[in-house]
Write a protein that binds this ligand. Structure first.
Ligand code: NDP
Length: 257
């Protein structure tokens, strides 16, 4: 009975920023439980590499070039993918970026706008467009990738744009979850700690940063993409059928202290 709750055979999952890192690991987890995968990303080379990595593990995936900051492109992608088969059942709104340490008082307009555009606007465009089709069918599960940075302010690096974008993702998730809860569409978020992907791994060898990160982390370690992928699988599947509007902390305890 409980194994069945994770089963995704017959469903289709779209993963944004799915070419590598947490998105790619999440796609693998969903594929292992039978979902048909559509990897979306705005880096064509990485997309091809991501598909090849899944193929090497025995999973097929479709790929779609998609920049989540372009609402018209997101709408077209959602309309096209929902016109195929039984439509899209699962959205993992994962695409995001972080930029290097920047004091708030020196924040360039362009950096602020870029981070908000990808991390917040892009997640919203995807939720809105894929969510509309899910609401029409009366079922669907959306997982947004937030961050512990939406719950705490990281140290020592200064990244007000990133932290603000992730706090907004969490609250957007709760807001949409409330609107859609009675209409069959669940919306949940994950707040990871530092994860070993190209986004964070440069910091692991930074002597001014990494010791501070580890001192602040009760488990004294970073996370792996597969550890977030397991939470993605749980939230995307019927294993979490009574959950909506949750922000699941997968943070090695960081937010305890
Ligand atoms: P990665 O940089 O490894 O992967 C992110 C992917 O998203 C990349 O392939 C990137 O392409 C792509 N992407 C960026 N912008 C866009 C866009 N506009 N449209 C489509 N795709 C885009 O990062 P992670 O896997 O580490 O991060 C995934 C998510 O997890 C992000 O939202 C991040 O904020 C969040 N997160 C990550 C943590 C970490 O420590 N790694 C901690 C907490 C949260 P390209 O490489 O070309 O930029």
């Amino acid at each position: 009975m409980y194994r069945e709750k994770f089963e995704l055979a017959g469903s289709t999952a779209v993963v944004t920023g799915g070419a590598r890192g947490i998105g790619l690991a999440g796609a693998e987890a969903l594929a292992e439980y039978g979902a048909k995968i559509v990897l979306c990303d705005y880096n064509a080379d990485n997309l091809a590499a991501g598909r090849a990595a899944l193929a090497a593990k025995g999973y097929e995936a479709d790929t779609l070039f998609l920049d989540v900051t372009k609402p018209d492109d997101v709408r077209r992608a959602a309309d096209d993918l929902n016109a195929q088969g039984n439509g899209v059942d699962i959205l993992i709104a994962n695409a995001g970026i972080a930029l290097p340490d920047t004091p708030g008082e020196d924040m360039p307009d362009a950096d602020w706008l870029r981070v908000i555009d990808i991390n917040l606007n892009g997640v919203f465009w995807c939720c809105r467009e894929f969510g509309r089709h899910m609401l029409a069918r009366g079922r669907g599960s959306i997982v947004t990738i937030g961050s512990m940075s939406g719950l705490i302010s990281n140290k020592p690096q200064r990244q007000v744009h990133y932290n603000a974008s992730k706090a907004a993702v969490h609250h957007m998730t709760r807001s949409l979850a409330g609107e859609w809860a009675a209409r069959g569409v669940r919306v949940n978020s994950i707040a990871p700690t530092y994860i070993d992907t190209p986004m964070s791994s440069p910091g692991f060898t930074n002597p001014a940063m990494f010791p501070v990160w580890m001192d602040s982390t009760p488990m004294h370690r970073v996370g792996r993409p597969d550890e977030i992928a397991a939470v993605i699988l749980f939230l995307a599947s019927a294993a979490s059928s009574v959950m909506t509007g949750a922000v699941v902390q997968a943070d090695a305890g960081y937010t305890i202290w």
